[in-house]
Write a protein that binds this ligand. Sequence first.
Ligand code: 3PY
Ligand code: MG
Length: 502
Amino acid sequence: MYSGNPSTSDSANSSENRPALRRLRAILANEGSVQLGVWLLQGNSLIAEGIASCTVSWVALDGQHGLFDQSSLASCINIFRNTHIACLVRVSSNDAHAIGWALDAGADGVIVPMVESAGDARKALEAARFPPLGSRSVGPFAAAARGARFSTAGDPPLCLVMIESAKGVKAAREIASVEGLDGIFVGPGDLAVSLGLAPTLDADDAQSKRATGAIAAAAQERGLILGVFSGHGSDATRWTREGFTLIASTTDIASLRSGIASELEATVSRSTRNNSSRKPETDKGNKKMIDLYYYMTPNGHEASIMLEETGLPYNLKPVDLLAGEQFQHGYLAINPNNKIPAIVDQEGPQGNPHTVFESSAILIYLAEKAGKLLPAEPAARSRALQWLIFQASNVGPNFAQLVHFQALAEKKVPEAIQRFGAEVTRLYGVLERRLAEHPFLAGDEYSVADIAMFPWMTDMVRELQAFDWAPYPHVQRWHATIAARDAVRRGLAVTIGQPGKS
Ligand code: 3PY
Ligand code: MG
């Protein structure tokens, strides 16, 4: 089974038979596009099988903090060997045996934790390379089990070192200069602790940002791969903005938990809707319905009210903002702006699935699909769109800022409260004048403009803003008219904790 002949190969050292590794390496080197990966903690080959059919380009098996032993590590590596997914191993420590063993088992690369100096990085790299570049020992057990020939030639596996301490940050430039190193990987949890902060994955204070910025600059100067463990609940868009391209965006266990939660929510919401007075006409399987990605905010309510008003059948897809689910792997593909609401119409134009984000765009799309709530006559249509856009560009942003500074901000900032308070007052004035002359914002008819505006003036929003609307009787009259509509009540009652209840 063993052959020193480099030209005949399935190689535990090289990527010549591993298109997944070659592809990942090439994308990171040439296109610089972000590659999202899954971090496996569970050491379980069935979980690995499940992930192997997902559309991720890489996984990392965590031999430092995960539940892998040698046997489960070897089995899981083997599962990914015949897939499009590159399989990296985060080894238990900067130990030549652990590094060599993971590569013998067929890993496409190693992520070596707690590297704090150029010497540490050199040590890791040497363990990952055969002589003359390094000192890795030949151990072709996995290749032998596959009946393959073993070779030391070809592209070497990836060697990424983790910088995750203040000391490592100081040495970032020297570490990045180690010849032959493939990349640097940031461990934000350990880094935060080393900087004297809580063990969080998304510290965004100035000190943490300076540290990750210094690591990013060092890696980029040398053209190295720049990776990070973003994990569950942390903001992957922030890492993308900082230039990270190899992002571990979720773990096996976090995805399992959120997948179960959303399946249960969807089931409860379907059965709740089945029992309600409105019977969705395409309720025979959800394939052709509209998926609503939702949480109970004014923006979320705009979409839920609109769906209830149009009568279009929909599935609730809860996105728990408090758990950071809007940042999870996959949601970015639905809404590149990481916010709710978003919809996926399974039967969009030409019968194809169609995704829409931004509340106003959702309202227009649904109005056109249902043929209601947006007038067809050009002048009336233009008036409805003007007030809809006035809501999106003025009311939404300023009202939300006042809620934040009045009720949620950790520090009281009087200037911000004053500024956004004055703007909210001015906007109420604009609405009061309009509604003194017309029953609805677009004129005589209730439209998407009213649906967009209404959730921003609920009791809850006004309480959070500490805003008194007594001086605006026409706004109050308009609001009461809309609040009395059945569809509006149902839309406001869509809750991800207990669907269908307020
Ligand atoms: C860290 O955040 O320190 C890590 O190593 C991620 O697991
Ligand atoms: Mg760590």
